[in-house]
Design a protein around this ligand. Structure first.
Ligand code: AP5
Length: 210
């Protein structure tokens, strides 16, 4: 199954992608994670992308389309994948169609902006492996240490409240039109993302089975 997870920043795409991957045994492809790895490794693409990420703006479509083309050609994507955080513009969605990528379902994870602001304020991520936590909703066993690898937990630079405002603005202007784009193609399912992480996973898996 080829799935797209749509949703605002902090809607829970990364958290839920992990659950679906586990259940369906398919990889999650997160452009955010790929870009952050490039920033960490100091590659040319990473340095260029960092300017946009730090401002809460979208990275240019041409860069994202190149990343996704390369990633989807890898053998682990042959039996299905979950796209987390991509496409984020109509141009990216059209590029996927032009590449001949067939999407089975698009899940729109709907969460109100006020809840997103609270979620991103409490998010902590592992500086080593990128695992994501929340100080109240998904705390690590040891404070500020990753359960998975023991790495130090940090606050993502783009989770600063001013940057979150910019990310939400970019979402409403540039990404939200994809809801209509995929509804017209009969691919869209809407999942209410306000419930607990476990309850949202249940709703999401049911929507995928339907
Ligand atoms: P990216 O990393 O994709 O960030 P994002 O879309 O802004 O999404 P997040 O990772 O912030 O949130 P999420 O929805 O995964 O939520 P999470 O599960 O962590 O992109 C970063 C940047 O890269 C972009 O701003 C842009 O610059 C660039 N970029 C990436 N892709 C791009 C593209 N295609 N085109 C152009 N630019 C691109 O959950 C958030 C928090 O809430 C966590 O702490 C979690 O524990 C908690 N939580 C999750 N679910 C629940 C729940 N149900 N109840 C309570 N708490 C919950």
């Amino acid at each position: 199954m080829n799935i797209i997870l749509l949703g605002a920043p902090g809607a829970g795409k990364g958290t839920q992608a992990e659950v679906i991957c586990d259940k369906l045994k398919i990889p999650a492809v997160s452009t955010g994670n790929i870009l952050r790895a490039a920033v960490k490794n100091g590659t040319e693409m990473g340095l260029k992308a960092q300017e946009f990420i730090d401002k809460g703006a979208l990275v240019p479509d041409s860069v994202i389309i190149g990343i996704i083309k390369e990633r989807l050609a890898e053998p682990d994507c042959a039996n299905g994948f979950i796209l987390d955080g991509v496409p984020r513009t109509v141009a990216q969605a059209e590029a996927l169609e032009q590449m001949g990528v067939v999407i089975d379902k698009v899940v729109d994870l709907e969460v109100a902006d006020e809840i997103i602001i609270h979620r991103l304020a409490g998010r902590r991520v592992c500086s080593a492996c990128g695992a994501s936590y929340h100080v109240e909703n998904k705390p690590s066993r040891e404070p500020d240490r990753c359960d998975r690898c023991g790495g130090a937990l940090i606050i993502r630079k783009d989770d600063a409240p001013e940057t979150v405002k910019g990310r939400l603005k970019a979402y409403h202007e540039l990404t939200e039109p994809l809801i209509a784009f995929y509804r017209e193609r009969g691919k869209l399912v809407v999942v209410e993302g306000h419930e607990s992480i476990a309850d949202t996973s249940e709703l999401l898996l049911k929507a995928l089975e339907a």
